[in-house]
Design a protein around this ligand. Structure first.
Ligand SMILES: *Cc1c(COP(=O)(O)O)cnc(C)c1O
Length: 468
């Protein structure tokens, strides 16, 4: 005779094991020895609670077996105690991929981080004098050398650098921004919001598509604290547009005694045009040729270093930033400082193209990428693999529309299969996760963004995923 649903439910609930019984089960006993009973008890309670909720919600009509609950517990503990963030092989063909942690670091930068992580360091100690020193002194000297700036300060990211610059230089006063540049950079970092938080008042000039130098000139009053330019890092304005010449804005600012701040976003130290990318003024050009008083940029975009924000330019303005109370709240930590210094040193030695991964990727030639894609094709084997022409994006709010020609390995499948394969590659068990990209129903894997030492792992993971 059929039971009512209520009776089924109470049978199922009764069949659930107690937390103690689950923790005491054979497979979890060994796990508790290695990770501790508290961890296993916590995960066991969660697994039983989840099973109870499923039964009560009617999405499950029987209790899971003890073995299946134990497996869930083991998996959730694996997840909790496994390395996070997990390593990912970026085959998506986006060099500065914000969701994947932006710039991979150079060997020297990784070593420098390890050095200061292991023990103590002279982070804020002057070893010669035996007294307190400044964490800014060393990167400042390098940045002066690399960009010609009078002074520099390094903070924890560029959003902070912009906030600190506005607060210290223009707090309580008006800041003039072009309507075409009062933008959202991403992750809800909106220029108007940052301005408000800094205590400065936004004065927008021009229109979304056209702003003239005269618009800035007309808006300057006694209460103007600064002019702010913002790099359009993540979009293009095309068609009927006008952006005034940078030097012209600087001239207006200086003739009226107002500083010009320039949020470059990426901040490039090398000539991008030599690789066929959109020409971008270098940080040095921004100061010397374009006349910005302060340039602000990220450490982990085109610079190719760790998360950091760099502000440099006129000494009197940088001194205001250094002395502002917010400077302490946004200061850079010792590990990032070590990695940033090592990255800047690669530029100082003229070795950035060879040593900084972002620039190795940008400067990799297509013939070499073609060879690697062919090697992947052979190494993986099987049908449906082809080397195709594709584009790598610079990405990360760096050069909008900036792409480089590449050769990618295409795995031809139906659309549903391509999605399923991409998903398997992202969670491929014992292999590192691989992120590719789907284009025209094919999964594309771009060697330009894969570090050469990752090639073997990539091939093994793709082989496994194609069989799975
Ligand atoms: C990326 C970007 C920022 C934010 O920099 P973070 O280092 O991510 O804080 C600010 N302004 C512009 C123009 C950017 O492109």
């Amino acid at each position: 005779m059929a039971q009512s649903r209520r009776e089924d439910t109470s049978d199922a609930l009764r069949a659930l094991p107690s937390v103690d019984r689950l923790v005491g089960s054979e497979s979890l006993g060994a796990l508790a020895d290695s990770v501790g009973t508290d961890t296993v008890t916590h995960a066991a309670r969660q697994a039983i609670d989840a099973a109870r909720s499923a039964i009560l919600a009617g999405t499950a009509d029987v209790a899971p077996s003890l073995e299946s609950l134990a497996e869930q517990v083991a998996a959730s503990i694996d997840d909790l105690l496994g390395p996070r963030p997990r390593r990912v092989i970026n085959a998506a063909g986006v060099i500065i991929h914000t969701n994947l942690g932006r710039a991979p670091l150079s060997r020297a930068a990784i070593e420098a981080m390890g050095n200061v992580a292991r023990g103590y360091s002279d982070l804020e100690y002057d070893l010669g004098a035996g007294e307190r020193g400044s964490r800014h002194a060393h990167p400042e000297r390098l940045l002066q050398f690399l960009t010609g700036a009078e002074a520099a300060i390094v903070v924890n990211n560029n959003a902070s650098a912009v906030l600190l610059a506005l607060a210290a230089i223009a707090g309580g006063r008006e800041v003039i921004v072009s309507r075409g540049e009062a933008v959202e950079i991403g992750g809800r970092f909106r220029i108007p919001d940052v301005l408000r938080q800094s205590g400065a008042m936004l004065v927008e000039v021009g229109t979304t598509n056209r702003t003239y130098a005269a618009d800035y000139a007309e808006a300057i009053t006694e209460n103007t604290g600064a002019l702010l330019r913002v790099h359009r890092s993540n979009f293009l304005v095309v068609g009927f547009t006008n952006t005034p010449d940078a030097a012209e804005i600087a001239e207006i600012a200086h003739s009226r005694g107002v500083p010009l701040l320039n949020d470059l976003g990426s901040g490039c130290m090398l000539d991008t045009a030599q690789f066929g990318l959109v020409p971008e003024p270098t940080v040095r050009d921004t100061l010397e040729r374009e006349g910005s008083d302060i340039a602000l940029f990220s450490g982990d975009k085109l610079l190719g270093g760790p998360q950091a924000g760099i502000a440099l330019g006129r000494k009197d303005l940088i001194d205001k930033m250094k002395g502002h109370p917010l400077a302490r709240a946004v200061r850079i930590d010792k590990l990032d400082l070590a990695a940033l210094t090592a990255t800047l040193q690669a530029y100082a030695r003229g070795a950035a193209l060879e040593e900084v991964p972002v620039w190795r990727m940008i400067s990799a030639d297509v013939a070499t990428l073609d060879e690697r894609a062919l090697r992947w094709q052979e190494g993986i084997g099987g049908d449906g693999l082809r080397v195709v022409e594709a584009e790598t994006a610079v990405g990360g709010g760096s050069l909008p529309g900036g792409t480089l020609p590449t050769r990618a390995l295409a795995i031809e499948q139906s659309r549903a299969n391509a999605d399923a394969l991409a998903a398997r590659l992202r969670v491929s068990g014992s292999h590192p996760a691989i992120v590719g990209r789907i284009e025209d129903d094919r999964l594309l894997l771009d060697p330009r963004t894969v570090l050469p030492e990752e090639d073997d792992e990539l091939m093994a993971a793709v082989r496994a995923a194609l069989q799975g």
